[in-house]
Ligand binder design. Structure first.
Ligand code: ZN
Length: 286
């Protein structure tokens, strides 16, 4: 799933390419992706794009007092064309969800792989009308987001820090991959409860969060959409690297498997060398 750094880069790319151009056509291929009907998508026909921004993992294209907002979910992506294919858009089983053509024939597709479709497109008068945006917590990369703000949010919460980091109503934009990376950089176990962090651990976690995201934003920025997934994968130190050697301590990266997600960590860096309970493994051992 694209997270804050990739979505930031996608928004910046679109801002550079699309701002100042008008929508020539917008065609929905996956009806279920359209989450709003008033105003209709056709209200954007011919409207000039004024700017593109990011809110959490949402992209917001502002145009003529309206906002075309989209969320790529787990398996969604944006494909840019200097010249959009002329083939007609047919609703059906293809990965295509929405095709947008601009007045100079450039444009983009929103696509979604797999059978579980959750890519979401909205046309709203204000971004806050999108429930997922209205619920967002503070942006952890915002210049004014301080250690005090961070500590205040975590204070007294008897929740595991892994879950808090990726909760969009707590911090906007961090998902499974970057929470793994942040916890590895902070040398903290994903299972630690926020309420039990010492002031030193809070400082470590805050700095790891800010540095990890800033580095990832720097890696992603300026890259075209087609390069972002690989750039992200290459920069990961534990996420998606089960069985590989940790380049910090030399231990083997391990994973914990849950019903709906899997995460990675390094025992040497994060859990005093002890592997965390892995539900699948425990079940097999019984
Ligand atoms: Zn390590």
């Amino acid at each position: 799933m694209p997270e804050l750094p990739e979505v930031q880069a996608l928004a910046a790319f679109l801002d550079e390419r699309a701002t100042g151009h008008a929508f020539a056509s917008l065609r929905v291929a996956a009806i279920a992706a359209m989450k709003t009907f008033d105003p209709p998508l056709s209200a954007l026909d011919g409207a000039r794009i004024e700017g593109v921004r990011r809110h959490g993992k949402f992209v917001d294209v502002e145009s003529a007092g309206l906002h075309l907002v989209f969320h790529l979910a787990r398996a969604g992506w944006l494909r840019w064309y200097d010249e959009v294919p002329a083939t007609p858009v047919k609703p059906g089983r293809s990965p295509l969800a929405l095709r947008v053509r601009l007045d100079d024939a450039s444009g983009f597709d929103l696509t979604e792989a797999g059978t579980k479709k959750s890519l979401a497109v909205y046309v709203v008068r204000s971004p806050d009308e999108v429930p997922g945006i209205a619920r967002l917590g503070p942006d952890p990369t915002a210049p004014g987001f301080t250690l005090d703000d961070f500590s205040g949010i975590l204070d007294g919460r008897r929740t595991q820090i892994k879950g808090l980091l990726r909760d969009q109503s707590v911090f906007a934009g961090i998902g499974n991959a970057y929470s793994d990376e942040i916890l590895h950089a902070a040398r903290l176990s994903p299972y630690l409860l926020a309420a039990k962090l010492t002031p030193e651990q809070l400082d470590q976690l805050y700095r790891a969060m800010r540095d990890t995201l800033a580095e990832a934003v720097a890696v992603a920025s300026g890259r075209p959409p087609a390069e972002l997934k690989d750039a992200k994968r290459r920069a990961m130190r534990v996420h998606g690297r089960t069985g590989e050697t940790c380049d910090v301590c030399g231990d083997t990266v391990r994973q914990v498997i849950f019903a709906d997600s899997t995460f990675q960590y390094c025992p040497g860096c994060q859990t005093g060398g002890k592997p965390l309970a892995d539900r699948v493994r425990s079940r097999l051992v019984k």
